[in-house]
Design a protein around this ligand. Structure first.
Ligand SMILES: CC(C)(COP(=O)(O)OP(=O)(O)OC[C@H]1O[C@@H](n2cnc3c(N)ncnc32)[C@H](O)[C@@H]1OP(=O)(O)O)[C@@H](O)C(=O)NCCC(=O)NCCS
Length: 158
């Protein structure tokens, strides 16, 4: 088996959008009121990522195992954000590995490559948000050395 971590291309977008759709459904299942699930989410993601492919600030990586896309990561260099008291930094928005390929180091390699590319674009640190209920992701990010820095809270308005 040979794993390749590389920049995504337009040809990868259907496979990446399918994984992104799984990510959306997973979050919607955590808390359907907080995490939206829109119709045709995969098609929407494919269009969004197609635009991002040509954005200088964006990093979209594909993990390819024996010719099949089994994971991806999407990150971006973000500017100063006063609302979040967060100076310009790298933001990791998505990382997803197909269930059959988990716990083999794929996500670790994806995030490592995201880091290298965002550092090269000038990012001093990498910041991400992860669902409170996503125990696997929280353990994964902790294993990679991320510290907890913010907790989002939500309440419905009557
Ligand atoms: C979280 C996720 C990306 C991890 O991907 P992965 O390729 O399985 O992770 P790796 O194999 O690189 O794991 C690296 C280390 O993280 C930790 N880790 C990863 N998954 C873990 C889990 N389910 N439970 C506990 N620790 C975990 C371990 O320390 C692991 O090292 P080890 O396998 O040698 O013990 C994957 O479970 C996934 O795609 N989940 C669904 C999507 C998601 O939640 N994404 C993150 C939010 S955007």
């Amino acid at each position: 088996v040979s794993l390749v971590i590389r920049a995504a291309t337009i040809a990868d977008l259907p496979a990446i959008a399918a994984l992104a759709g799984e990510l959306v459904r997973q979050h919607h299942a955590f808390d359907a009121r907080r995490f939206m699930l829109i119709p045709n989410v995969e098609a929407g993601y494919a269009r969004f990522f197609q635009r991002e492919l040509s954005a200088e600030a964006a990093v979209i990586l594909a993990a390819e195992l024996d010719g099949a896309i089994i994971g991806y990561a999407y990150a971006r260099l973000e500017g100063r954000d006063w609302n979040n008291l967060l100076d310009a930094c790298g933001a990791l928005h998505d990382v997803f590995v197909a269930e059959s390929a988990r716990r083999t180091g794929v996500a670790r390699q994806l995030v490592g490559e995201v880091e290298a590319r965002l550092r090269a674009k000038g990012a001093p640190r990498l910041v991400l948000h992860t669902a409170s209920q996503n125990a696997a992701a929280r353990r994964f990010f902790a294993a990679l050395g991320f510290r907890e820095t913010m907790a989002e809270m939500t309440r419905e308005l009557a």
